[in-house]
Ligand binder design. Structure first.
Ligand SMILES: C[S@@+](CC[C@H](N)C(=O)[O-])C[C@H]1O[C@@H](n2cnc3c(N)ncnc32)[C@H](O)[C@@H]1O
Length: 282
């Protein structure tokens, strides 16, 4: 069967099983099993695939259609900040919303060399993207999950930032070693009772440790803010990503911990998604 026919058959099967992104998903899967870019397939209908590749492709289509496995876990890749991050079920799949935080921080710090802490680094997408842009910066990538940290290390090797990142496997509550110019964090922020309402692909496959923010979704957020107060240098900045509708509560926690909000960043749906604040010593 030619790749074109395979794409047609695969995408029809996904469509029948109510996968909205059936065309792009099929193209990503065929590209993943063949090791050739999507563009190559689209431009050249004569490309050949061997029997093993066809079997793998069919298998992935079935996992996507019937088990609703996220495409990023099937291809083990997710694009973020124009880089291709390795991902697996041990890390959250990087989200486009988080690029908004990276963009703002890069703009603010582009002529400086901040010493950065990334709390809950997951795949390492935030700190690796920041260090790609801020070439003389160094940082610490912290995660309570040792499996996630392994993925972050692999990504940082690929993107040549491993000499500038120290990886620490600990909870933020037990971390006190350094003082930082900039702390970034996208902590787990889904309220526990809402986990059951998430899309099936998220609740079934993404790590609970990366999603579950406790009773009101803010358990880890509180720890991040409380600890940041202690380990930020004077004039240091805390940049956090928050969930929908959490602004008022997080703002109160920041105020209680002597932070002064400097920037609020809205996402593509106009929700307040990131808060950047500084310690207010006065
Ligand atoms: C929402 S994910 C964010 C991953 C990545 N930074 C991103 O933006 O895609 C949150 C991460 O925080 C980690 N985490 C959860 N509780 C933590 C804690 N108490 N201390 C440090 N890391 C924690 C999880 O293991 C997970 O990797």
């Amino acid at each position: 069967m030619t790749p074109n026919k395979l794409i047609k058959k695969g995408s029809n099967f996904l469509k029948k099983n109510k996968i909205k992104s059936y065309i792009i998903d099929t193209e990503l899967l065929i590209s993943s099993v063949s090791g050739k870019s999507r563009e190559k397939f689209l431009l050249n209908s004569n490309l050949k695939m061997n029997q093993t590749q066809i079997r793998s492709f069919n298998n992935l289509i079935i996992r996507r259609a019937l088990r609703k496995e996220p495409i990023a876990y099937l291809t083990n890749k997710k694009e973020f900040w124009s880089m291709n991050f390795n991902v697996c079920k041990d890390v959250l799949i990087p989200r486009p919303e988080t690029e908004i935080l990276v963009e703002k921080v890069v703009r603010l710090f582009k002529d400086r060399n901040p010493f950065i802490l990334d709390i809950g680094t997951g795949s390492g997408c935030i700190i690796i993207s920041l260090l790609q842009e801020l070439k003389s910066s160094k940082g610490v990538a912290l995660d309570i999950s040792s499996k996630a940290l392994k993925v972050a290390m692999k990504n940082s090797n690929i993107y040549n930032t491993s000499k500038r990142i120290k990886f620490v496997n600990a909870s933020i509550s037990n971390f006190d070693s350094f003082k930082f110019d900039l702390i970034v964090s996208n902590p787990p922020y889904i309220a526990r009772h809402q986990l059951k309402n998430l899309d099936i692909g998220i609740k079934k496959f993404e790590p609970k440790l990366a999603l579950d923010g406790g009773n009101d979704g803010l358990d880890v957020m509180r720890k991040v803010i409380y600890k940041s107060r202690k380990i930020l240098k004077n004039n240091g900045m805390l940049a956090i990503e928050i969930g929908n509708g959490q602004y008022r509560k997080v703002s109160q926690i920041l105020k209680l911990n002597k932070f002064k909000e400097k920037f609020l960043i809205h996402d593509y749906k106009d929700n307040i998604r990131c808060i950047l604040s500084v310690l207010n010593h006065y």
